[in-house]
Write a protein that binds this ligand. Structure first.
Ligand code: HEC
Ligand code: HEC
Length: 223
């Protein structure tokens, strides 16, 4: 009996020391230094502009409500710039080069982040849809397009560069989160650059524009 116990203990110690096998997603997140730029415990901590500027990366405490799982795991393994400009910066182009994960760390961290959710997001409200009303709001009425890139005519990238790109946002973002974010901006971004649309857009129009944005997906190629 004894040697077996020792072997198991020895193996556990070995894995513990290498930090790889058996580590939870939260442990990998800390071990890889992700926590130096991202906080993962809600509610939102930022109270002043200085708090916001002190952040080195976007908050992730509601990542499981914001992102689609398939997008998140692919992005963690091969991150590409999301914001045209560097984080918290309107003059420097996003330099890219976000830290990458590989092997089992991708699934572990994806699982960890997808478990971080916010009660403020109600599921099943927003069905992605071609939505002329939403399009009009996005492009003309409240020109969201003044700050956000999207795929315009013939897939050509149009729109402004001060906000995160919304090209293929329907693949990246949870449709219900888009609506929750427009309706309750303070929950997610108490200090922000994007205008607050509460009072400017009716709930119905927020739903229209959320459906429209959630429908931003790559065009299927015809065979
Ligand atoms: C040096 C700071 C820094 C470190 C370290 C870092 N990140 Fe990031 N992260 C950023 C910045 C800045 C962005 C915004 C990138 C963009 O818009 O292209 C970002 C974006 C993200 C996003 C998308 C969030 C959103 O709202 O768009 C996720 C998810 C993420 N990081 C996870 C991680 C994980 C997991 C690690 C550890 C392997 C990590 N980050 C390490 C700075 C950092
Ligand atoms: C004045 C510029 C501006 C306008 C106009 C604007 N946004 Fe934004 N938006 C931003 C910025 C900047 C962010 C990043 C968060 C922040 O700092 O507010 C953002 C974030 C977002 C996000 C989250 C993206 C992510 O990956 O985190 C969505 C979705 C969004 N905006 C949709 C809209 C919609 C829909 C409209 C129109 C009703 C709109 N925005 C109008 C600047 C703008």
């Amino acid at each position: 009996m004894r040697p077996i116990v020792t072997t198991i203990l020895g193996a556990a110690l070995l894995f513990g020391a290498s930090g790889a096998a058996g580590a939870t997603g939260g442990e990998v997140f800390e071990a890889k230094g992700c926590g130096e730029c991202h906080y993962t415990q809600g509610p939102a901590r930022e109270k002043t502009i200085a708090d916001q500027l002190a952040k080195k990366g976007p908050e992730l405490w509601y990542a499981g409500s914001k992102f689609q799982k398939a997008w998140l795991s692919a992005w963690l393994a091969d991150p590409k710039p999301i914001r045209p400009m560097a984080f918290n910066d309107l003059t420097t182009v996003n330099p890219g080069g976000h830290p990458k994960l590989s092997g089992g760390d991708v699934a572990a961290v994806t699982g960890f982040l997808m478990g971080l959710t916010s009660d403020a997001v109600k599921s099943g409200k927003v069905k992605p849809k071609k939505n002329p009303k939403g399009r009009q709001i996005f492009i003309k009425k409240m020109p969201c397009s003044g700050c956000h890139q999207y795929a315009g005519r013939k897939g050509k990238i149009a729109g402004g560069r001060s906000g995160p790109s919304l090209v293929n946002a329907g693949v990246r973002l949870n449709p219900d989160w888009i609506l929750a974010y427009l309706q309750q901006p303070k929950v997610f971004k108490p200090v922000k650059m994007m205008p607050v649309f509460v009072g400017l857009l009716s709930d119905k129009d927020m739903l229209n524009v959320a459906r429209y944005v959630a429908n931003f997906k790559p065009k299927k190629k015809r065979k």
